[in-house]
Ligand binder design. Sequence first.
Ligand code: AMP
Ligand code: ZN
Length: 308
Amino acid sequence: MKCKRCKAPAEVELRQHNAGFCRSCFIFYFQRQVERAIAKERMFTPDEAVLIAVSGGKDSLALWDVLVTLGYRTTGLHLSLGIGEYSDHSTAKTVAFASARDLPLIIVPLADEGLAVPEIASLTRRPACSACGTMKRHYFDQLAIDRGFPVVATGHNLDDEAARLLGNVMHWQMEHLARQRPVLEPTHERFVRKVKPLYRCSEYEAAVYAFFRGIDYIVDECPNAVGATQLVYKDMLNRLEAASPGSKLTFVQEFLNTARPALAPASAAPPQTCEGCGMPSYGALCGFCRLVRETQSRRERRRAAERA
Ligand code: AMP
Ligand code: ZN
Protein backbone atom coordinates (compact mmCIF):
# COMPACT_ATOMS: atom_id res chain seq x y z
CA MET A 1 0.00 0.00 0.00
CA LYS A 2 1.17 3.51 -0.82
CA CYS A 3 0.87 6.76 1.09
CA LYS A 4 -2.24 8.66 -0.01
CA ARG A 5 -0.39 12.00 0.04
CA CYS A 6 3.13 11.33 -1.25
CA LYS A 7 3.00 7.77 -2.72
CA ALA A 8 5.92 6.57 -0.56
CA PRO A 9 5.38 3.12 1.03
CA ALA A 10 2.63 3.41 3.67
CA GLU A 11 3.48 2.63 7.29
CA VAL A 12 -0.05 2.82 8.64
CA GLU A 13 -3.38 1.82 7.14
CA LEU A 14 -6.60 3.58 8.18
CA ARG A 15 -9.38 1.27 7.04
CA GLN A 16 -12.16 3.69 8.00
CA HIS A 17 -10.74 6.21 5.54
CA ASN A 18 -9.62 3.56 3.05
CA ALA A 19 -6.20 5.18 3.06
CA GLY A 20 -2.57 4.55 3.99
CA PHE A 21 0.04 7.06 5.10
CA CYS A 22 3.81 7.18 5.47
CA ARG A 23 5.11 8.38 8.82
CA SER A 24 5.46 12.07 8.07
CA CYS A 25 2.19 12.30 6.12
CA PHE A 26 0.33 10.51 8.97
CA ILE A 27 1.67 13.07 11.44
CA PHE A 28 0.50 15.85 9.11
CA TYR A 29 -2.92 14.16 8.64
CA PHE A 30 -3.46 13.70 12.40
CA GLN A 31 -2.53 17.28 13.24
CA ARG A 32 -4.81 18.56 10.50
CA GLN A 33 -7.73 16.47 11.79
CA VAL A 34 -7.31 18.11 15.19
CA GLU A 35 -6.89 21.58 13.71
CA ARG A 36 -10.08 21.13 11.68
CA ALA A 37 -12.07 19.89 14.68
CA ILE A 38 -10.96 22.94 16.69
CA ALA A 39 -11.94 25.34 13.90
CA LYS A 40 -15.16 23.64 12.79
CA GLU A 41 -16.55 23.31 16.31
CA ARG A 42 -15.15 26.70 17.39
CA MET A 43 -13.37 25.16 20.37
CA PHE A 44 -10.90 28.00 20.92
CA THR A 45 -8.94 30.63 19.05
CA PRO A 46 -5.16 31.17 18.95
CA ASP A 47 -5.60 34.13 21.38
CA GLU A 48 -7.09 31.94 24.09
CA ALA A 49 -4.86 30.19 26.64
CA VAL A 50 -5.85 26.53 26.87
CA LEU A 51 -5.68 24.46 30.05
CA ILE A 52 -5.13 20.87 28.95
CA ALA A 53 -5.94 18.01 31.32
CA VAL A 54 -3.14 15.47 31.00
CA SER A 55 -3.24 11.98 32.46
CA GLY A 56 0.12 10.73 31.11
CA GLY A 57 -1.73 8.44 28.66
CA LYS A 58 -1.34 8.53 24.88
CA ASP A 59 -4.42 10.62 24.13
CA SER A 60 -3.79 13.64 26.32
CA LEU A 61 -0.03 13.67 25.59
CA ALA A 62 -0.68 13.36 21.83
CA LEU A 63 -3.18 16.22 22.10
CA TRP A 64 -0.70 18.39 24.00
CA ASP A 65 1.96 17.68 21.37
CA VAL A 66 -0.44 18.65 18.55
CA LEU A 67 -1.60 21.87 20.25
CA VAL A 68 1.99 22.96 20.90
CA THR A 69 2.95 22.14 17.29
CA LEU A 70 -0.01 24.14 16.00
CA GLY A 71 1.18 27.12 18.05
CA TYR A 72 -1.51 27.27 20.74
CA ARG A 73 -0.68 28.63 24.22
CA THR A 74 -1.14 25.69 26.57
CA THR A 75 -0.65 24.81 30.22
CA GLY A 76 -0.92 21.21 31.42
CA LEU A 77 -3.00 20.21 34.44
CA HIS A 78 -2.33 16.84 36.01
CA LEU A 79 -4.12 15.32 39.00
CA SER A 80 -2.00 12.83 40.86
CA LEU A 81 -4.87 10.58 41.94
CA GLY A 82 -3.08 8.46 44.54
CA ILE A 83 -3.97 5.16 42.83
CA GLY A 84 -0.73 3.41 43.85
CA GLU A 85 1.96 2.69 41.27
CA TYR A 86 -0.40 3.47 38.41
CA SER A 87 -0.64 7.11 39.53
CA ASP A 88 3.09 7.36 40.28
CA HIS A 89 3.86 6.24 36.73
CA SER A 90 1.31 8.51 35.09
CA THR A 91 2.60 11.52 37.02
CA ALA A 92 6.20 10.64 36.08
CA LYS A 93 5.33 10.37 32.36
CA THR A 94 3.48 13.70 32.45
CA VAL A 95 6.32 15.50 34.25
CA ALA A 96 8.91 14.04 31.85
CA PHE A 97 6.90 15.14 28.80
CA ALA A 98 6.47 18.70 30.08
CA SER A 99 10.04 19.21 31.26
CA ALA A 100 11.60 17.79 28.06
CA ARG A 101 9.64 20.45 26.11
CA ASP A 102 9.81 23.18 28.71
CA LEU A 103 6.00 23.39 28.97
CA PRO A 104 4.13 24.81 31.98
CA LEU A 105 2.46 22.14 34.10
CA ILE A 106 0.25 22.37 37.19
CA ILE A 107 0.20 19.26 39.38
CA VAL A 108 -2.46 18.63 42.03
CA PRO A 109 -1.25 15.92 44.44
CA LEU A 110 -4.55 14.61 45.81
CA ALA A 111 -2.94 12.19 48.28
CA ASP A 112 -1.11 15.10 49.97
CA GLU A 113 -4.48 16.75 50.56
CA GLY A 114 -5.86 13.56 52.12
CA LEU A 115 -7.96 13.00 49.01
CA ALA A 116 -6.40 9.93 47.35
CA VAL A 117 -9.10 8.29 45.23
CA PRO A 118 -8.89 4.76 46.76
CA GLU A 119 -9.17 6.20 50.28
CA ILE A 120 -12.15 8.43 49.45
CA ALA A 121 -13.86 5.55 47.68
CA SER A 122 -13.40 3.12 50.56
CA LEU A 123 -14.35 5.62 53.28
CA THR A 124 -17.50 6.78 51.49
CA ARG A 125 -18.27 3.34 49.96
CA ARG A 126 -18.58 4.82 46.50
CA PRO A 127 -17.33 3.27 43.26
CA ALA A 128 -13.76 4.50 42.70
CA CYS A 129 -14.57 5.77 39.18
CA SER A 130 -17.41 7.91 40.46
CA ALA A 131 -15.24 9.50 43.19
CA CYS A 132 -12.47 10.00 40.63
CA GLY A 133 -14.84 11.69 38.16
CA THR A 134 -16.08 14.08 40.85
CA MET A 135 -12.50 15.06 41.73
CA LYS A 136 -11.52 15.58 38.09
CA ARG A 137 -14.55 17.72 37.24
CA HIS A 138 -14.05 19.90 40.30
CA TYR A 139 -10.32 20.54 39.88
CA PHE A 140 -10.52 21.05 36.12
CA ASP A 141 -13.09 23.82 36.60
CA GLN A 142 -11.61 25.34 39.72
CA LEU A 143 -8.07 25.62 38.39
CA ALA A 144 -9.27 26.98 35.06
CA ILE A 145 -11.28 29.69 36.83
CA ASP A 146 -8.62 30.52 39.41
CA ARG A 147 -5.84 30.80 36.83
CA GLY A 148 -7.90 32.62 34.20
CA PHE A 149 -8.20 29.96 31.48
CA PRO A 150 -11.36 30.30 29.35
CA VAL A 151 -11.24 26.68 28.16
CA VAL A 152 -10.25 23.18 29.33
CA ALA A 153 -9.29 20.55 26.76
CA THR A 154 -9.33 16.80 27.45
CA GLY A 155 -7.93 13.90 25.43
CA HIS A 156 -11.24 12.04 24.95
CA ASN A 157 -11.01 10.27 21.58
CA LEU A 158 -13.49 8.76 19.11
CA ASP A 159 -13.54 5.42 20.94
CA ASP A 160 -14.35 7.17 24.24
CA GLU A 161 -17.14 9.19 22.62
CA ALA A 162 -18.60 6.19 20.77
CA ALA A 163 -18.58 4.07 23.96
CA ARG A 164 -20.19 6.85 25.94
CA LEU A 165 -22.82 7.35 23.25
CA LEU A 166 -23.60 3.64 23.20
CA GLY A 167 -23.93 3.65 27.00
CA ASN A 168 -26.25 6.65 26.90
CA VAL A 169 -28.35 5.04 24.17
CA MET A 170 -28.52 1.66 25.93
CA HIS A 171 -30.07 3.42 28.93
CA TRP A 172 -31.83 6.14 26.93
CA GLN A 173 -30.27 8.82 29.10
CA MET A 174 -31.92 11.72 27.32
CA GLU A 175 -30.33 14.45 29.46
CA HIS A 176 -26.87 12.98 28.98
CA LEU A 177 -27.48 12.58 25.26
CA ALA A 178 -28.50 16.23 24.99
CA ARG A 179 -25.22 17.21 26.63
CA GLN A 180 -22.92 14.87 24.67
CA ARG A 181 -21.01 17.26 22.41
CA PRO A 182 -17.37 18.00 21.56
CA VAL A 183 -17.83 21.55 22.94
CA LEU A 184 -19.75 22.40 26.11
CA GLU A 185 -20.38 26.06 26.80
CA PRO A 186 -20.38 27.14 30.47
CA THR A 187 -23.73 27.37 32.25
CA HIS A 188 -22.39 29.20 35.35
CA GLU A 189 -19.90 32.03 35.87
CA ARG A 190 -17.48 29.60 37.51
CA PHE A 191 -17.63 27.03 34.74
CA VAL A 192 -15.44 27.27 31.66
CA ARG A 193 -15.82 25.86 28.14
CA LYS A 194 -14.92 22.13 27.87
CA VAL A 195 -13.61 20.80 24.58
CA LYS A 196 -12.52 17.45 23.13
CA PRO A 197 -10.33 18.14 20.10
CA LEU A 198 -9.63 14.40 19.51
CA TYR A 199 -13.30 13.41 19.27
CA ARG A 200 -12.88 12.32 15.63
CA CYS A 201 -9.52 10.58 16.14
CA SER A 202 -9.59 6.89 17.06
CA GLU A 203 -7.64 5.43 19.94
CA TYR A 204 -5.55 3.56 17.35
CA GLU A 205 -4.69 6.80 15.52
CA ALA A 206 -3.71 8.50 18.79
CA ALA A 207 -1.47 5.55 19.68
CA VAL A 208 0.19 5.61 16.23
CA TYR A 209 0.68 9.38 16.48
CA ALA A 210 2.26 9.10 19.95
CA PHE A 211 4.54 6.32 18.68
CA PHE A 212 5.61 8.20 15.53
CA ARG A 213 6.33 11.32 17.60
CA GLY A 214 8.40 9.38 20.15
CA ILE A 215 6.06 10.28 23.02
CA ASP A 216 6.63 8.15 26.12
CA TYR A 217 3.24 7.49 27.73
CA ILE A 218 1.74 5.18 30.34
CA VAL A 219 0.39 2.10 28.60
CA ASP A 220 -1.39 0.50 31.57
CA GLU A 221 -5.11 0.99 32.05
CA CYS A 222 -6.20 2.35 35.41
CA PRO A 223 -6.61 -0.70 37.73
CA ASN A 224 -10.07 0.57 38.71
CA ALA A 225 -11.23 0.36 35.08
CA VAL A 226 -10.94 -3.44 34.99
CA GLY A 227 -14.41 -4.82 34.37
CA ALA A 228 -15.88 -1.37 33.65
CA THR A 229 -18.91 -1.43 31.34
CA GLN A 230 -17.21 1.22 29.22
CA LEU A 231 -14.62 -1.38 28.21
CA VAL A 232 -17.35 -3.84 27.21
CA TYR A 233 -18.87 -1.17 24.97
CA LYS A 234 -15.46 -0.41 23.47
CA ASP A 235 -14.92 -4.08 22.73
CA MET A 236 -18.31 -4.35 21.01
CA LEU A 237 -17.65 -1.23 18.97
CA ASN A 238 -14.26 -2.61 17.93
CA ARG A 239 -15.97 -5.73 16.62
CA LEU A 240 -18.42 -3.63 14.64
CA GLU A 241 -15.55 -1.53 13.34
CA ALA A 242 -13.63 -4.63 12.20
CA ALA A 243 -16.67 -5.92 10.30
CA SER A 244 -17.54 -2.52 8.91
CA PRO A 245 -14.73 0.05 8.99
CA GLY A 246 -15.96 3.56 9.72
CA SER A 247 -18.81 2.44 12.02
CA LYS A 248 -17.56 4.35 15.05
CA LEU A 249 -17.07 7.59 13.20
CA THR A 250 -20.49 7.33 11.53
CA PHE A 251 -22.16 6.49 14.86
CA VAL A 252 -20.71 9.56 16.59
CA GLN A 253 -20.79 11.99 13.68
CA GLU A 254 -24.34 11.14 12.62
CA PHE A 255 -25.50 11.41 16.21
CA LEU A 256 -24.04 14.93 16.34
CA ASN A 257 -25.34 15.93 12.89
CA THR A 258 -28.75 14.30 12.89
CA ALA A 259 -30.00 12.98 16.21
CA ARG A 260 -28.71 15.46 18.77
CA PRO A 261 -30.30 18.57 17.20
CA ALA A 262 -33.66 16.76 17.42
CA LEU A 263 -33.32 16.31 21.18
CA ALA A 264 -34.78 18.79 23.62
CA PRO A 265 -32.06 21.10 24.95
CA ALA A 266 -30.46 20.00 28.22
CA SER A 267 -32.55 21.04 31.23
CA ALA A 268 -32.65 24.80 31.44
CA ALA A 269 -32.26 25.23 35.22
CA PRO A 270 -28.80 26.72 35.71
CA PRO A 271 -26.71 25.46 38.63
CA GLN A 272 -26.63 27.32 41.96
CA THR A 273 -23.47 28.29 43.83
CA CYS A 274 -21.89 25.90 46.35
CA GLU A 275 -21.79 27.22 49.92
CA GLY A 276 -18.55 25.32 50.52
CA CYS A 277 -16.32 26.24 47.59
CA GLY A 278 -18.21 28.76 45.48
CA MET A 279 -18.25 26.46 42.47
CA PRO A 280 -21.50 25.53 40.66
CA SER A 281 -23.76 23.05 42.46
CA TYR A 282 -27.20 21.46 42.26
CA GLY A 283 -28.00 21.87 45.94
CA ALA A 284 -26.46 23.77 48.86
CA LEU A 285 -23.18 21.89 48.44
CA CYS A 286 -21.53 20.69 45.23
CA GLY A 287 -20.71 17.03 44.68
CA PHE A 288 -17.06 17.64 45.48
CA CYS A 289 -17.73 19.34 48.82
CA ARG A 290 -20.21 16.63 49.80
CA LEU A 291 -17.63 13.97 49.00
CA VAL A 292 -14.85 15.75 50.91
CA ARG A 293 -17.02 16.37 53.97
CA GLU A 294 -18.25 12.80 54.03
CA THR A 295 -14.65 11.56 53.73
CA GLN A 296 -13.51 13.78 56.60
CA SER A 297 -16.33 12.83 58.93
CA ARG A 298 -15.92 9.10 58.26
CA ARG A 299 -12.17 9.38 58.74
CA GLU A 300 -12.70 11.08 62.10
CA ARG A 301 -15.22 8.45 63.15
CA ARG A 302 -12.82 5.69 62.14
CA ARG A 303 -9.98 7.30 64.12
CA ALA A 304 -12.21 7.73 67.17
CA ALA A 305 -13.20 4.08 66.94
CA GLU A 306 -9.55 3.06 66.70
CA ARG A 307 -8.69 5.08 69.81
CA ALA A 308 -11.60 3.69 71.81
P1 AMP B 1 -10.12 8.86 31.00
O1 AMP B 1 -11.40 9.18 31.68
O2 AMP B 1 -9.08 8.26 31.91
O3 AMP B 1 -10.28 8.14 29.70
O4 AMP B 1 -9.49 10.27 30.63
C1 AMP B 1 -10.12 11.15 29.75
C2 AMP B 1 -9.36 12.46 29.73
O5 AMP B 1 -9.43 13.06 31.03
C3 AMP B 1 -7.88 12.32 29.44
O6 AMP B 1 -7.61 12.30 28.05
C4 AMP B 1 -7.32 13.55 30.10
O7 AMP B 1 -7.51 14.69 29.28
C5 AMP B 1 -8.20 13.70 31.33
N1 AMP B 1 -7.59 13.04 32.51
C6 AMP B 1 -7.74 11.75 32.89
N2 AMP B 1 -7.02 11.51 34.02
C7 AMP B 1 -6.41 12.67 34.35
C8 AMP B 1 -5.54 13.08 35.41
N3 AMP B 1 -5.14 12.22 36.36
N4 AMP B 1 -5.11 14.37 35.45
C9 AMP B 1 -5.52 15.24 34.49
N5 AMP B 1 -6.32 14.90 33.48
C10 AMP B 1 -6.77 13.65 33.39
ZN1 ZN C 1 -18.27 22.93 46.62
